[in-house]
Design a protein around this ligand. Structure first.
Ligand code: HEM
Length: 564
């Protein structure tokens, strides 16, 4: 209204109005006060024409933008997916047809609801329940098919040679998929970076996980494991035997281990960070359950506000620890926990290269610490949980493993070097990782890319489903879905005939940096449990593996412990 009025007065005072008699008479007067009730500007043909012209141009421009936006949208949700679908089909990569916007997601949810309510028929043949669509596709199309996650095509890659080509690629042809804005609040770090940033971080993080350094972290592992054994012993002594949910127990154990191993003397703060990151993880999962536009993160919803708050809180707790540690590192004294080693390695890198951008910033170190929790805690807890479940199902292997532990250690506490003598325990862990691997590996193409005989268009995700490859009967024989740790009696290379058909920790340059850490932690915990308890499945346990970021027992892992 104000603007309109100003323009109006301006017209009068500048004299650009029709020279009618009343108008002439009022030239120089304040027009509105002279005609208090007049709201119609005096027409000015030239001006009006210009205005009409401007309006027309604006409308044309807006329509052009709207049409371009509409066409772009149509291209993104229909033309592009359908073109890619054609290209894939021509090369023998089939699947269920792409459906507008949701791709195959609706069928995926429908099948999961239908079959997810049924129990697993054979204990380790979990795919029909875990991912029914994937199961149907592999049954129909064998090793080559596509699933549409919304408008994104995910091509399954199951041939060991192709997997090798992707995972060993060093020229950056197959980067990790971009992470969404919610993930950025939760965790980034090494696992999500590509190119130079990944190479720089990997170089700095690697030394902290060297096997020699892990030796110094063993006391941290031992303290946490002993606390668990003591807690269970008290429960069992009191009641003769007791039932515990292993998934909860091991989540806490691995949370404690990573807090102690990463932050040493700052263990209590580390534990608080772990609890906050755990909550952040479940908020993150909630945020991923619905349609995900990047801007949704900025809406002032309860979940978003809490996520932002935790992000800041964890950031400031870690900044406090890091800044205090950096002062000590600078004086030449450092601690042998992961953070100390990471900061030392970061400093060495700076001294080596003599320019500041070769090292990580405090924000970078924060993200790497958060990643240790995300990448290392739940995965290791799952390994231990599935191992307890499987050893309760196969009591002969539980006995064999216990015999070995007692033979090597007796009833004594364990020593680092002796842990490598636990061959049967190692075979069992490898077999559990074969049947219950953590997550599929995913990469993407960002340009038209050759892979074996395939020519993949840009924007395709390549996923290497560990559940399928690890159960491929061509590689593993007709008994692929059975629990047979003896497969690994002569090592992984012999079991796989040197092909990439087993990679629970990934493969190539991006192989899991915490692999030795996880195996050491698991061997130690399992050996101490075997020394102290026998165990069996509780009647309340239901075998229902389900994928929530990692592979977990849907209704818990209730196991009854008996004191030995
Ligand atoms: C049983 C336990 C574990 C399993 C099954 C596991 C599995 C994996 C897998 C499959 C990858 C490769 C992902 C890919 O290539 O897309 C990976 C990467 C990674 N893992 Fe683990 N992991 C475990 C424990 C740990 C632990 C204990 C830590 C650290 C404390 C850790 C830290 C990492 C990091 C930082 C990466 C990213 C490496 C990179 O991209 O360069 N993991 N892990």
């Amino acid at each position: 209204m104000d603007v309109a009025f100003t323009v109006f007065v301006g017209d009068i005072s500048s004299g650009n109005y029709p020279q009618t008699a009343p108008a002439k008479a009022i030239r120089g007067l304040n027009y509105p006060s002279y005609f208090p009730n007049c709201h119609t500007p005096i027409p000015n043909k030239r001006k009006t024409k210009t205005k009409v012209l401007i309006m027309a141009v604006l409308i044309t421009l807006l329509s052009a933008v709207a049409i371009a936006w509409g066409l772009n949208l149509l291209y993104a949700i229909w033309w592009r997916p359908k073109t890619i679908e054609q290209q894939l089909w021509k090369q023998g990569i089939h699947g269920h047809p792409y459906k507008l916007i949701h791709g195959n997601i609706k069928e995926m949810i429908k099948l999961a609801k239908e079959r997810g309510s049924k129990p697993v028929e054979q204990p380790h043949d979990i795919l029909p329940r875990l991912n029914p669509l994937l199961h149907d596709l592999v049954t129909t199309y064998k090793k080559s098919f596509v699933i549409w996650y919304g408008t994104t095509p995910r091509v399954a890659i199951m041939e060991p040679d192709l997997i090798k080509e992707i995972l060993s690629n060093k020229s950056g042809d197959f980067p990790k998929p971009d992470i969404n804005s919610f993930t950025q609040l939760f965790v980034t770090g090494l696992a999500s970076y590509n190119g130079d940033k990944w190479a720089k971080h990997r170089k700095i993080v690697n030394p902290a996980f060297h096997i020699e350094k892990l030796k110094h972290m063993l006391p941290a592992f031992v303290v946490c494991t002993e606390e668990l054994i003591e807690k269970w012993s008290k429960l069992v002594n009191f009641m003769g035997s007791c039932e515990v949910d292993m998934s909860v127990e091991f989540q806490n154990l691995t949370g404690d281990v990573i807090s102690r191993a990463a932050f040493g003397s700052n263990f209590e703060v580390g534990r608080l960070i772990f609890l906050l990151q755990k909550e952040q993880g479940s908020l993150f999962l909630q945020s991923q359950m619905s349609i995900n536009f990047p801007w949704l993160r900025f809406l002032p919803t309860k979940v978003n506000k809490r996520m932002r708050h935790i992000h800041q809180e964890v950031g400031s707790l870690l900044t406090g620890i890091i800044e205090n540690r950096e002062k000590v590192i600078g004086s030449g004294d450092h601690k042998d926990d992961l953070l100390g080693l990471l900061l030392k390695s970061n400093l060495d890198e700076l001294q080596d290269k003599k320019h500041s951008n070769s090292r990580m910033t405090t924000e970078d170190v924060i993200e790497e610490c958060k990643l240790f929790y995300f990448a290392g805690q739940e995965t290791t807890a799952n390994l231990l949980t599935w191992t307890m479940i499987v050893l309760s199902m196969h009591t002969d292997w539980q006995e064999r493993a216990r015999e070995e532990v007692l033979q090597v250690f007796g009833r004594n506490k364990l020593a680092y070097d002796d842990l490598n003598r636990l061959k049967i325990v190692n075979m069992i862990l490898l077999e559990v990782l074969r049947l219950y691997p953590s997550t599929p590996l995913i990469r993407r193409t960002y340009k038209e890319t050759k892979l074996g005989n395939l020519c993949l268009p840009a924007g395709v995700q390549l996923f290497m489903p560990l559940h399928l490859v690890h159960r491929d009967t061509e590689q593993w024989g007709e008994d692929a879905t059975e629990f047979k740790p003896e497969r690994f009696s002569e090592g992984i290379l012999k079991a796989t005939k040197d092909r990439i058909s087993y990679f629970p920790f990934g493969w190539g340059p991006r192989i899991c940096v915490g692999q030795n850490f996880a195996m050491l932690e698991s061997k130690l915990a399992l050996a101490r449990i075997l020394q102290n308890f026998s165990f069996e499945l509780s009647p309340t346990y239901t075998h229902a593996p389900y994928a929530a970021v990692t592979l977990q027992p849907q209704y818990g892992a209730q196991i009854i412990l008996h004191k030995l």
